[in-house]
Design a protein around this ligand. Structure first.
Ligand code: PMP
Length: 359
């Protein structure tokens, strides 16, 4: 029952399904694309150091040190970087800042489900551009539609939950199709094999690139995300943040994030382990009869021609292995499997083998 004092907009919101974060012992959790490896030990030291020194003080409202670290990593200036509490918060601010326009925001249909939630929250009209038969974003069709007038474009690259990436030339096609509107490229998974659009920032004032430390830097629990773009776009985000009077990041998060960004060796080692495991897992799943989409992310999107995906997910769950199933009709026959450690992926393959044999 919806309380009468809720506004209609709130009443229409779907609550997040807490079932994706259950508290079960010995769970093999391959359902929310977390990194199976811990963050850099240097990040943990830095967080401990920050906890012991200065928590009685408010954090730096400008996140100066963190923004400088992000800027240095991407060859940008600090004024081209905005930091927030996870990329989800950065995305929410970006939707508020840029997409309340007189024409609809364009989104691919299939993509990260939260984009539509933000649009709904902020009363932004959306138009969905279907992905092609291979579940690829059709950049040409999206660009043609954008050129006819739009409120902006949001894509995930690599896309979620397919894992399929677009090439930079295709991103550029989108940027040129609507130079007066923001094109937001969400690169949550780009470090696992995608092509980052960061080098296009210098040439395209309408490009906003959003990244996160949740995935390739193993810091989902710390909540650090950021956006990069030319200074006027970043000023727009800053204005939204200041209007909410929210601090971007607490002292622990900033300290941990800076240390994680500096530990490139840890980043490369863990990223390479995830990518190697992904490639091995893809072959093993193919051996079991799955079709595996080409992934540039830390997950695989797969389907089995002879088995119902929802049933497979339920059977895995009863063996304490969690993978993600989406009820949307177009992808209801697929499972999204986050790449775990080699041991976790081995256990997944074994469980799937048993389940398939039993049918
Ligand atoms: N974008 C995409 C495409 C994602 O899959 C996720 C994680 N579920 C996010 C953004 C948000 O990540 P975070 O808020 O942890 O940075």
């Amino acid at each position: 029952m919806t309380p009468a004092f809720w506004s209609p907009r709130i009443a229409a919101l779907e609550p997040y399904v807490p079932g994706e974060q259950p508290r079960i012992a010995n769970l093999i959790k391959l359902n929310t694309n977390e990194n199976p490896y811990p963050p850099s030990p240097r990040a943990i030291d830095a967080i401990q150091g920050a906890a012991e020194d200065g928590l009685e003080r408010y954090p730096d409202p400008e996140s100066t040190v963190l923004r400088a670290a992000i800027a240095a990593r991407h060859g940008l200036d600090s004024r081209q970087v905005f930091a927030g509490n996870g990329s989800d918060e950065v995305l929410a601010h970006a939707f508020f800042a840029f997409f309340q326009q007189d024409a609809p925001l364009l989104l691919p249909d299939i993509t990260y489900s939260f984009y539509r939630v933000y649009a709904q929250l902020y009363d932004i009209a959306c138009e969905l551009q279907p992905v092609d038969d291979a579940l690829r974003i059709d950049a040409g069709a999206l660009a043609r539609r954008a050129a006819a007038g739009c409120g902006g474009i949001v894509i995930a690259n690599p896309n979620a939950p397919t894992g399929i990436g677009l090439a930079l030339a295709q991103i550029e096609q989108l940027l040129l199709a609507c130079p007066e509107r923001v094109v937001l490229v969400d690169e949550a998974y780009v470090d696992f094999g995608g092509q980052s659009a960061m080098p296009l920032i210098a040439r395209h004032p309408n490009l906003l690139v959003v990244q996160t430390l949740s995935k390739s830097r193993s810091l989902a629990g710390l909540r650090v995300g950021f956006a990069c773009g030319q200074a006027p776009l970043i000023d727009g985000l800053q204005r939204v943040k200041n209007s909410f009077n929210s601090y971007p990041l607490d002292r622990l998060a900033s300290a941990g994030a800076v240390a994680a960004l500096e530990d490139q060796a840890w980043f490369e080692k863990t990223r390479d382990a995830v990518v190697d495991t992904r490639e091995g897992l893809a072959l093993q799943l193919e051996d079991l009869g799955f079709e595996v989409l080409p992934s540039q992310a830390n997950f695989l999107f797969v389907r089995h021609p002879g088995h119902d995906a929802a049933e497979l997910a339920a059977a895995l769950r009863s063996r304490a292995v969690l993978v993600r199933h989406f009820a949307q009709p177009r992808i209801a026959q697929y499972l999204r499997i986050s790449v775990g450690t080699r041991e976790q992926c081995g256990a997944l393959v074994e469980a799937l083998g048993e389940i398939l044999d039993a049918h």
